[in-house]
Design a protein around this ligand. Sequence first.
Ligand code: NAP
Length: 483
Amino acid sequence: MTAMQNKLFINGEFVDARSGKTFATINPATEEKITDVASAGAEDVDAAVRAARAQMEPGSEWQKMKPRDRAKIMWRIADMLTARAEEIGRIETIDNGKPIFESQFVDTPAAAECLYYFAGWSGKVTGETIPVADNAFTYTLREPLGVVGAITPWNFPLMLAVWKIAPALACGNTVISKPASNTSLSLLKFAEYARECGLPAGVLNVIPGGGSVVGNAMVDHPGIDAIAFTGSSEVGRALMARAASTLKKVSLELGGKSPNIVLADADLDAASRGALNAIFYGKGEVCAAGSRLLVEDSVHDALMEKVIERAGKMVAADPLHPKTRLGAIVSKDQMETVLRYIESGKSEGAKLVAGGERADIGTGKGYFLKPTIFDDVQPEMKIAREEIFGPVLATLRFKDADDAVVKANATVYGLAAAVWTRDVSKAHRVARAVKAGTVWVNTYNLYDPALPFGGFKESGFGRDQGRDALEKYTQTKSVWVNL
Ligand code: NAP
C-alpha cells in the first residue's frame, strides 16, 4: 500500500488539526474507509495564514528567491510528479474512484505540464515603462497578490489544485489550498513532494476540512488576499457574497451544461466517439462534460444508433485495473443525486435508451453507474437544464445550425461547447456564436496549460491556465518618478 499523508500541511510540517478532529475518507469502489484525515478548523486556517504571510514579508526566503530559482523548484516538483505518477495516481484513484488510466496517465501528467508551463513564466511577468510627461519617469510593476486561498472540488483533485498553485507560485504568491473533503489525499501527497523538492516552508499549505468551516474561515480571514475557487455555482455564489465583507479578489470556475452539437455533415463515427468521450470520460464528473448532445434531425437516428452501441460496450470496472475506462462515482451522495436525476428524466418523459441504473462490478460493492443516455429530451426538462455531474447524457434535436446555436445557448451556463461538421465556415460561425469559454471543433475534452480555461455567464469568471491566469495572481502598481 502506498504511504499516504493524512494530516494538515502547515508551514512545511504535517500536523494534526488543533481540535484533534478528523474525518473518514472512503474508497468509492469498495465502500471501505481509506484513512482518517485531519479536519482543519478556523485556528488551523489562522496558522496557515501566519505561515503563508511570513513568506510574503520582505526579506523572507520566498521573497528573496530569484524568479528563476522559483521556477527551478516548480520544475523539480513537475519532474517528481512525472516520476511518481503511479504512486500519486493510485492515491487519487482510491480516493476518487476514477480509473488509474486517468489518474496516472492523464491527470498527473497534466498537473506536471501545468507546473512546467508556469515555471516558464516565472520572471517573465513584467511591467512596462509608459511615457506620460517630460518631467516624469513612469512605469508599472506587476506584483504578486499575496496569500492566495485555493478552494477546489473532488473531480480532478490534484490537477485542479495545481491549476491554481502553479500560476500563483510562478507570480511569487504563497498559497493555502483546501481540497474537497471527499478527495484530500492526492494534494497532501503533492505537498510532501513539494517539500522534498525544496519549496520553502509556508509557501504552500494544504488544509483539508469541511467546506463551510474551512471555506468560510478562509473567505473571512483578512490575511488572505484572494480566493481562487473551483466548484459548484451554488457555493461560488455564496462565497462571492461572503467575500464582499473583506473585499477579497475572487475568481470562480463553476459548473456547466455544455452542448455538443452534431451537424448533419459531420463524420458520424468520429462524432459518436466524441459524444461518448464528452460525457463518460471521468464518469461525467467533469465541469466541461458534453452533457447535452444536440443532433441535427436528419442524422439523429444514424448517430444515435452508433452512440448507443458504443455506450453498451462501456462497462464500469475496478478503477485500479489498467484497462478500466469507467470508474466509481465519487461518493454515495453523488451517486444518489445522479440516480434522482435519472428518475426525473424518466418521469418527465425523456426516452431512456441506455443504462439508467447502478452497475455491479462483481463485488456487490461500490458506487458504480451504467453509462446512461436519454433521447427525445425537451429543453424544459430538468435533465436538459441542470448540471448532473455524472454519466448521464441528454439528447436533443435541432433543425439547422441557427437552431442549434439557440438551443446551445439556452442555459445559464457557458463553460464549454463542441461542434462536429465538415464545413469549415459553419464550424467557425458556430464557434463564434456559442457563448462558452472553450469551443472544440471536431473533438472534445482537449486541454493544454497554454490555453485559458474558464466560463462565460454563470460558469464563472477569471481564467485558469494560459497567460490569462497570470492576471489572476498579480496586481499592477504604477510608479511616478519626478525628474
Ligand atoms: P462544491 O460543493 O462547490 O465544492 C467545491 C469546494 O468548495 C470543495 O472544496 C468544498 O469543500 C468547498 N466548499 C463547500 N462549501 C463551501 C463554502 N460554504 N465556502 C467555501 N468553500 C466551500 O463542488 P463539488 O461538488 O466539489 O464539485 C463539483 C462542482 O465543481 C460542479 O459544479 C462542477 O461543474 C464544478 N467544477 C468546475 C470546474 C471549472 O473549471 N469550471 C472544474 C471542476 C469542477 P467540501 O468538499 O469540504 O464540501
